[in-house]
Design a protein around this ligand. Structure first.
Ligand code: HEC
Ligand code: HEC
Length: 219
């Protein structure tokens, strides 16, 4: 007889196992592309200066409000996907609904492409504030190894060993502390929907969220 927890465990490990080859291929392709990439800084799109800059800063590196994510250097495919999700109401967590839905509803597909390209090209990437949050060491262990007893997989399996992500897997290295904690809470309680992250964040505790955020925001 299979217990409930065994079933959950095998479902969860088969879920991450199924993703492994895809993720590995995506990360590898991105590593190849990174060497050849040339940063072309074109003109600032009107939408950015007129709108996004108010909250995210002209270069996507605002430190004004701690629930606002860095966008500088984030993967274009991920940015496009999130903007479309805010626009169609799929990403409807509280801060997304209040701040991003009205913005995204005013964007055409062409504008989404343009602003996502712009933020993806911004260098340098967001610079960590230098504020150290407690628990970074424990957070690194969660990131690298997961928590076997709680069936939390290693974050690096999908986000990469340096948390750099690729394509629609976000770069979370140097992402802002408060924002990371908030998103993990949203994934945990289902307010932000994503098949993979909802499963992963199911059993993560608030102290563990803070530890992993302390590690990631220090990168
Ligand atoms: C009124 C403030 C505000 C404005 C204006 C704004 N944003 Fe945001 N943005 C936010 C907040 C707050 C979040 C976090 C939402 C959440 O927690 O789900 C966010 C999240 C995002 C995300 C998700 C990033 C991630 O890592 O998942 C993207 C992409 C984004 N904004 C792009 C833009 C673009 C492009 C514009 C201009 C067209 C813009 N934003 C204008 C406040 C703003
Ligand atoms: C099976 C693959 C997978 C694993 C393992 C994984 N993630 Fe994710 N993660 C994703 C994907 C895909 C997204 C993008 C979700 C979306 O599109 O909304 C994401 C999004 C996130 C975000 C939101 C980033 C942003 O800019 O809004 C955070 C934070 C995050 N993951 C943290 C973690 C942590 C911490 C762990 C380990 C406990 C982890 N992830 C493990 C696939 C994974």
């Amino acid at each position: 007889m299979t217990t409930r927890s065994q079933t959950q465990k095998s479902q969860r490990s088969s879920m991450t196992a199924a993703w492994r080859p895809v993720v590995a291929a995506v990360l590898l392709a991105a590593a190849g592309a990174a060497g050849a990439a040339k940063v072309v800084s074109g003109p600032t799109p009107y939408r950015v200066s007129d709108n996004c800059a108010i909250c995210h800063g002209m270069h996507g590196a605002s430190t004004d409000y701690n629930v606002i994510p860095r966008l500088a250097g984030q993967h274009k495919a991920y940015l496009v996907m999130q903007l479309k999700q805010f626009r169609d109401g799929h990403r409807a967590d509280q801060n997304g609904n209040i701040y991003m839905a009205p913005v995204a509803q005013g964007l055409t597909n062409g504008e989404i492409d343009q602003v996502a390209s712009y933020f993806a090209k911004q260098r340098p990437r967001f610079q960590a504030s230098g504020v150290h949050h407690a628990g970074a060491k424990a957070g690194k262990a969660i990131f690298m190894n997961g928590v076997t007893s709680e069936q939390i997989p290693a974050c690096m399996e999908c986000h990469g060993a340096n948390a750099q992500g690729a394509s629609t897997f976000p770069d979370i290295a140097g992402q802002r502390y408060r924002y990371i904690v908030q998103q993990l809470k949203y994934f945990h309680n289902g307010a932000r929907k994503n098949v993979l992250m909802n499963q992963i964040a199911k059993s993560i505790t608030v102290p563990q969220m803070k530890e992993v955020a302390a590690y990631l925001s220090s990168l």
